[in-house]
Design a protein around this ligand. Sequence first.
Ligand code: 6PG
Length: 246
Amino acid sequence: MPSRAPINRIVVADPAALALTAAQRLLARIEANTGRIAICLTGGSSPKQLYRLLAGDPWSKRIPWDRVHWFIGDERFVSPADPLNNMAMARGIFLDHFAPKDHIHPILTDVATPDQSAERYERELQSFYGADDLDHARPLFDLVLMGIGPDGHTASLFPGYPAVNETRHWVVGVPQAHVEPFVPRVTLTLPALASCREMLFELAGSGKRAILAKLSTDESLPANRARSIGETVLLVDQAALGEETA
Ligand code: 6PG
């Protein structure tokens, strides 16, 4: 089960500073590993500014693309051609321009059910990792990026849904979403997401104020239960905290 290590909260001025700090942390994780690197991306709108940054100078030149593998923490069960598809968003913004094709690991949705898609991604992750059981001494990912939804969900782990309590599987299907977009999902589970050196949450804008306040009072929310076995960082801007920028 994920550990309950304290979260490291970093406050920055605005979304631009947030993307810059996230890029610096991502690069630091990459530079700390001289071998094969695994980054788990996230969907939604929060990471888009970071992805745009990674597509430009100097970031794209600093990433050793031949050593980095890119995964996704959850996917909407829609085709890659659908604008709702999380990995397609990341591919369109930066991955397809730089990453070797076989280093991009989407959750494939060309099967009948989210469960089948989940089973296949679980096998892919286990084959990449080289074992069917996660070892705390050998995290699956170097970095896991996360967002937080208005109901306290993270990845596609919604409050009160069985997926949040899954301990055996690394990936599960979620037949119905709790918030928009109301499409079925496929999500990594808490133990799989936890298996990382760093889990980095990005929260920006006044629209995140309410959920940020709720997180401090409700320990049971999925975003509060998602913690790295290494370091967990909450990167937040002043608007999300309810503070005015100077
Ligand atoms: C998804 C996400 C989800 C997202 C949060 C925050 O597929 O929707 O992976 O967990 O990160 O809902 O979304 P925003 O960044 O759009 O606020």
